[in-house]
Design a protein around this ligand. Structure first.
Ligand code: KDG
Length: 318
């Protein structure tokens, strides 16, 4: 049975292989995405026992997602296959300056029809940690209700509740997203956000100020992901750790934040101290940026450990 459960929407991904506007792109690499699905897959690759809760269509892409999870060892007992349903897709375009944009075709997807009753309390009860995100809250009223009810139930059951803000102004107006973040903070023990999320949510406040605001609302730990600069970990007890990143040559940062979250929680469940978990998560995030798409470059535990040991990175060698 899985220790780590995530709830949200999986997407099939098409990443343009040429830089420029999406409308001009002619070739794409097919992959998989969806923030919480990336999280579950990363947790499994890193040696965690992970399960995913969602709805998918009984279409080709739904079957491809199921096959991926089976291959990767992600438990699918919480996956509902919707007859006649459609699995969402999205496109990644990277402009000439290296910035990526997402274009979604997910309205009316099977996952957008998630409801609170889709989360089996007995499945939750056997786990140690539950994770969801601002994207899950943003895709539909039903998915939002499912995410919030599951967070509340997981907390009642004594699970650790983790939450990534993953602010996507393309899905909903920011004012609404702010209200949803505030709701999630009632249940989340550990909160993740990127500097981009902080900027979307409170454009007039420095990211560190946004972290202070979040930590004042109840979570035990808030982690600000700073991309190549690593991360800042702040605790309700007043600890503040700035943990440096790992230099790599990035290709596409999609999914790096989700893999970071998974690495952090897998390490914490293994009993690692905050700073060590953050160091490991920074390495996982960095490695995940090294190829196109959200999941292709998510490393295995062995690959991360080898990377961190490389003498050029300050490691001790093999
Ligand atoms: O974090 C990466 C995700 O944003 C990507 O995989 C697509 O889930 C996605 C979304 O809704 O943006």
């Amino acid at each position: 049975m899985p220790d780590i459960l995530a709830l949200g929407e999986p997407l099939v991904e098409f990443a343009a292989t040429e830089r420029g506007a999406l409308g001009e792109a002619r070739t794409f690499v097919r992959g998989f995405g969806g923030d919480t699905a990336n999280f579950a897959l990363a947790a499994a690759r890193l040696g965690g026992r992970a399960g995913y809760i969602t709805r998918i269509g009984d279409d080709e892409f739904g079957r491809a997602c199921q096959a991926l999870w089976r291959r990767e060892g992600v438990d699918t007992a919480g996956v509902i296959v919707e007859p006649g349903g459609v699995t969402g897709i999205y496109f990644i375009a990277i402009d000439r300056e290296g910035r990526h944009t997402f274009t979604y075709y997910r309205a009316g997807s099977a996952a957008s029809r998630l409801q609170p009753a889709d989360v089996d309390p007995a499945y939750l009860a056997q786990a140690r940690l539950f994770h969801t995100s601002g994207i899950t809250q943003a895709i539909s009223e039903g998915a939002c209700a499912a995410a919030e009810a599951a967070m509340a139930r997981a907390r009642e059951l004594g699970l650790v509740v983790t939450y990534d803000l993953n602010v996507r102004p393309r899905l909903r107006p920011v004012a609404e997203l702010r209200g949803r973040v505030a709701a999630a903070l009632r249940w989340a023990h550990v909160v993740f956000l990127s500097t981009e999320d902080a900027g979307h949510l409170f454009p007039d406040v420095a990211p560190e100020g946004v972290v202070e605001r979040l930590v004042a609302q109840g979570p035990q730990v808030v982690v600000l992901k700073r991309g190549p600069q690593g991360c800042l970990v702040v605790t309700a007890g007043g600890e503040r750790m700035l943990v440096p990143g790992w230099p790599v040559t990035p290709v596409d940062a999609t999914g790096a934040g989700d893999a970071f979250d998974a690495a952090f929680v897998v390490e914490r469940l293994r009993g690692r101290p905050l700073e060590e978990a953050a160091r490991f998560a920074n390495a996982v995030g960095a490695l995940t940026t090294t190829s196109l798409g959200a999941t292709a470059a998510i490393p295995t535990r062995a690959a991360v450990e080898a990377f961190m040991r490389e003498p050029a990175r300050g490691g001790m060698g093999a």
